[in-house]
Design a protein around this ligand. Structure first.
Ligand SMILES: O=C[C@H](O)COP(=O)(O)O
Length: 243
């Protein structure tokens, strides 16, 4: 299981006390990985607080190593700051920064080039689900934003239905089971046995109350948690809910 916390554009220096509380509260859980993805300005400080207890990740990376790309951060820079993971293709990057599947695939390759594990996000909009196109949309995102060599790198797929992000509207267990099974089928069809081993995380309003039910569903290999990762007590409850 991989439980990742995406702080998004939240967290100032004071948030480090939450990391301290998280480190103190993490019980030894063999096989369970916990990763925090803070804003880039806090990366080095979170790495220092986290020690070896928690992995640290970026929320995005540029495809190039360096260059004239104002405001961007390369995967190599994340690595240099002590990160071991990066998220790519989050729906907020797709929506607010116009990122295409091809751009996301290039970012995933950049993450591996730098030696990072990569969480690649997919998920349908509400209108796409209402139109009955959720499986088709996710299949297209998987086909085009997950690179052909993904299975030979450290990778996780995060299924995040956009309508469930930050809304308090979690997908039902049935929705999650069906979509994760669909994603697994696609991964196995493309990568064979290696596709059966890629973790599929669920994200979208995961909280201390619903974590146990979500994390116990078949093909749910962890969670990508937004709002509820900002408070150590809530995040720890989610971590503790992992089977
Ligand atoms: O990356 C995290 C997801 O966007 C979920 O965010 P949320 O837990 O606040 O809904």
């Amino acid at each position: 299981m991989l439980i990742a916390g995406n702080w998004k554009m939240n967290g100032l220096d004071a948030s480090l006390s939450e990391v301290r509380a998280l480190v103190a509260g993490l019980k030894a859980r063999p096989g369970l990985k916990v990763v925090i993805c803070p804003p880039a300005t806090l990366l080095t400080r979170v790495v220092k607080e986290a020690g070896s207890a928690i992995g640290v990740g970026g929320q995005d990376c540029h495809a190039k190593v360096s260059g004239a790309f104002t405001g961007d951060i390369s995967a190599e820079m994340l690595k240099d700051a002590g990160a071991t993971w990066t998220i790519v293709g989050h729906s907020e990057r797709r929506q607010y920064h116009g990122e295409t599947d091809a751009v996301i695939a290039a970012k995933a390759e950049a993450g591996w080039r730098a030696g990072l594990g990569v969480m690649i996000c997919v998920g349908e909009l509400e209108a796409e689900r209402v139109a009955g196109k959720e499986y088709e949309v996710v299949s297209t995102q998987l086909a085009n934003s997950v690179p052909a060599d993904a299975a030979s790198h450290i990778v996780a797929i995060a299924y995040e239905p956009v309508w469930a992000i930050g809304t308090g509207r979690t997908a039902t267990a049935e929705d999650i089971v069906k979509m994760h099974a669909h994603i697994r089928k696609e991964l196995v069809a493309r990568f064979g046995d290696a596709g059966a081993k890629i973790e599929i995380l669920y994200g979208g309003s995961v909280n201390p109350k619903n974590a146990k039910e979500i994390l116990s569903q078949p093909e749910v290999g962890g969670a990508l948690v937004g709002g509820a990762s900002l408070k150590a007590a809530d995040f720890l409850t989610i971590v503790d809910a992992a089977p």
